[in-house]
Design a protein around this ligand. Structure first.
Ligand code: ATP
Length: 266
């Protein structure tokens, strides 16, 4: 079957000036199936955001290509919803208006727009704040608004870069569960970056472990736990075993980089 997203030998180099260049991503090849949920973990600077920005069409690769439904990505598109850690809300629009924004651009008529926005605002628990401006919301509430805005346009692909990173533990778990329940209903394809290994395992069909210097694919770990996921799964020995193996892959490459750095310095 044709993958939904296909990274084909994707590299990205940054020009540092003075004729120097930095290879942030080295020949990433990865297929993500339609309806699959993959999470991406790895040490800081391993090219996770670079890979996602290229898939989002916000950055061009230096070599290789990302294909979506077999077509090369050349810019952003409505079928790819992007959610960053930093809630990108319009400060002069209310929660309701922020969530309706993309629908308005897409030409959805007023009553339908309101119905859809109401649904997603309720889903993220912001109904009481629908008329509030972003400056009146906490960080967690702003992020929930940004999530409702991305969900509202119903993109077939969600590209999420540490979307829950700035949230408190309880809100985070609630949003993980909401994300999984909308995902199982609507079967979007999700690529989700996180630093949290528990979160990576809890959400995913597969965990992509990346390595740094240069940023590259290190390991792919199949999670294999059934859905729906819940607290019983989170606390199960099977979950712990997978979490340990992902942690091992991330931690040991970090440890070996530290050792290498110490050797270089001596
Ligand atoms: N515009 C740029 N110019 C130069 N270097 C860059 C630029 N953008 C990113 N980099 C470098 O590329 C590498 C990969 O960055 P990227 O943000 O993709 O990593 P990441 O895995 O998402 O990191 P983190 O987990 O810390 O968010 C980093 O070393 C970063 O410093």
């Amino acid at each position: 079957m044709k993958p939904k997203i296909s990274f084909q030998g994707v590299s990205r180099q940054f020009d540092l000036g003075h004729g120097e260049a930095f290879l942030a991503l080295d020949r990433l090849s990865l297929d993500i199936a339609d309806g699959e949920f993959v999470t991406v973990v790895g040490p800081s600077g391993c090219g996770k955001s670079t890979a996602m920005n290229i898939a989002a069409g916000l950055m061009k690769p230096s070599a290789g290509a990302v294909l979506v439904d077999g077509v090369e990505v050349s810019g952003p598109g409505p079928e790819r919803g992007v959610i960053f850690q930093q809630y990108a809300l319009f400060p002069w629009l209310t929660v309701q208006e922020n969530v309706e924004f993309g629908l308005k651009i897409a030409g959805v008529e007023r009553a339908e727009r309101k119905r859809t926005a109401d649904h997603f605002i309720e889903l993220v628990g912001l109904s009481r704040f629908a008329d509030a401006l972003p400056k009146m919301l906490s960080g967690g509430m702003k992020q929930r608004c940004a999530i409702a805005r991305a969900y509202a346009v119903n993109p077939k692909i969600l590209l999420m870069d540490e979307p829950f990173g700035a949230l408190d533990a309880l809100t985070r778990v609630q949003l993980q569960d909401q994300l999984l329940s909308t995902w199982s209903r609507e079967r979007r394809t999700v690529m989700f970056i996180t630093h949290d290994v528990d979160e990576a395992v809890y959400l995913a069909n597969r965990v992509i472990v990346m390595a740094a210097k240069p940023g590259r694919l290190h390991r792919i770990i199949d999670v294999g736990l059934p859905y729906p996921r819940n607290e019983a799964i989170r606390l199960s020995p099977e979950f712990a075993a997978i979490r340990n193996s992902v942690w091992h892959e991330v931690y040991h490459q970090h440890a070996s980089q530290t050792e290498q750095k110490a050797l270089e310095e001596n």
